[in-house]
Design a protein around this ligand. Structure first.
Ligand SMILES: [Zn+2]
Length: 413
């Protein structure tokens, strides 16, 4: 199916412009007035098109294009429309709008399909307001209990639990969403890559094989505060110099595991007390390790522990390390990867099989139903930023693959 880009852009802009910022970006924080406005505008579009729309009790939006056999599990597609602060226009919204457009074109052109096709818009995908990513899909997938939402607070101390209730939702009533999600045939999410790989390879389509998961460590290094003029070099136990060695060691560990798509970095480094004339005595650091291969991630963690031990021994400082979190990477269904590959071949579009470094709602549906993700390039890999931008030719390519895949999957015997 071909995308009428001009027409699509006008409708896309009508939603993207909600929460518009003077710098060309937009901001629709979860459950904010702008988010609610965009949800209402989208719902109106869906109803206008004749889809049956359902506001699920915990806040997801569903729209259904009935197939010839409504008793068969539906093909599910979608993404999110909430954004980070000072966001770009395409993260999330592009997946929702291309899904909507494909359903609309299939309906308007009367293209036959056995299974129903459903759009799902997950709420609170971004952690920008409530500090917890993809929690809307986690909630109906049964990965978090509603109680967790009580401790997800925004800057004003309002919990996501109360924010949902204020907007008329019921965070406790997860069962209907869970039932609808788990009775679907599969879930397909189109998204911008948010990294530079596809653009650098000049490839329009990425087929996601796995979504990376973070392991987070907290490291404390304790040396000894000393006068930075009076203490001779050989007697110093400089915690910051020791930290510098660890920072470089973590980078090296990431480089060694890059072949397995893992990455590692010291992301925070704080001097507990600092003064112009004192040798630093205590430093706290955070380490973020991510990858799609849990063995590789665990090797990184073990490498960090070994490096810290060596640095402590040679420098006479004390090191403490604690594991903050260790999430499991999520693999996309091989059957969906295969189906996306076939769609690319039918559309004569080159593709690249790749991991996703960022988290998506698809990682919460994957343990429950066959899940696949289609990436399209974004310039310079820039995302979560008003400078986020795409080539419309890439959107057309993504749309071709998505619509082909939806129809194919909907007609599957
Ligand atoms: Zn997103």
């Amino acid at each position: 199916m071909r995308l009428n880009t001009q027409e699509f852009r006008a409708v896309f802009d009508s939603i993207a412009s909600i929460g518009a910022l003077p710098n060309g970006g937009c901001e629709r924080l979860s459950m904010s007035d702008e988010d609610m406005q965009a949800r209402a505008a989208l719902t109106a579009l869906l109803e206008e098109e004749g889809f049956s729309v359902w506001q699920e009790p915990t806040g997801s939006i569903w729209a259904r294009l009935e197939g010839e056999d409504p008793s068969l599990p539906a093909v599910l597609t979608g993404s999110h429309i909430d954004t980070v602060r000072n966001a770009g226009l395409y993260d999330g919204l592009l997946g929702v709008m291309t899904s909507y457009w494909a359903m609309r074109q299939i309906r308007r052109e009367g293209i036959s399909h056995r299974r129903s096709i459903e759009l799902v818009v997950f709420p609170t995908e971004e952690s920008a307001r409530f500090n917890y990513p993809t929690i809307g899909s986690k909630l109906i997938a049964g990965k978090v209990s509603p109680d967790v939402l009580k401790s997800c607070l925004d800057a004003d101390g309002l919990s996501l639990y109360d924010a949902l209730r204020q907007r008329g939702f019921d965070p406790e009533n997860t069962e209907p969403g869970y039932r609808r999600l788990t009775s679907a045939d599969c879930f397909i999410e189109l998204h911008i890559e948010q990294g530079p790989l596809l653009e650098s390879r000049k490839t329009p389509i990425g087929i996601v094989e796995a979504i990376a998961a973070p392991t987070r460590l907290r490291v404390g290094i304790t040396g000894e505060y000393a006068h930075s003029g009076a203490c001779p070099m050989h007697l110093r136990r400089d915690a910051l110099a020791a930290s510098a060695e660890l920072i470089l060691a973590v980078e090296k560990i990431g480089q060694l595991e890059a072949v397995n798509h893992s990455v590692a970095a010291v992301t925070c480094c704080d001097l507990v007390k600092e003064s112009m004339n004192v040798v630093p005595g205590q430093v706290m650091m955070s380490i973020d390790i991510r990858g799609t291969d849990i063995d590789s991630i665990d090797r990184c963690t073990a490498g960090v522990r070994r490096s810290l031990k060596r640095i402590c021994e040679t420098r006479g400082v004390k090191g403490e390390i604690s594991l903050i979190s260790r999430d499991e990477p999520v693999h996309m269904a091989p059957s969906m990867m295969h189906a996306i590959r076939k769609s690319c071949e039918r559309c004569r579009l080159p593709y690249h099989i790749m991991p996703s470094g960022a988290g998506h709602d698809a990682m919460n549906t994957a343990p429950l139903i066959d899940t696949g993700m289609i990436f399209i390039p974004c310039h310079g890999g820039i995302s979560h930023n008003p400078n986020e931008s795409i080539e419309w030719a890439d959107v057309e390519a993504g749309y071709n693959v998505l619509s082909e895949l939806l129809l194919n999957r909907a007609n599957r015997r």
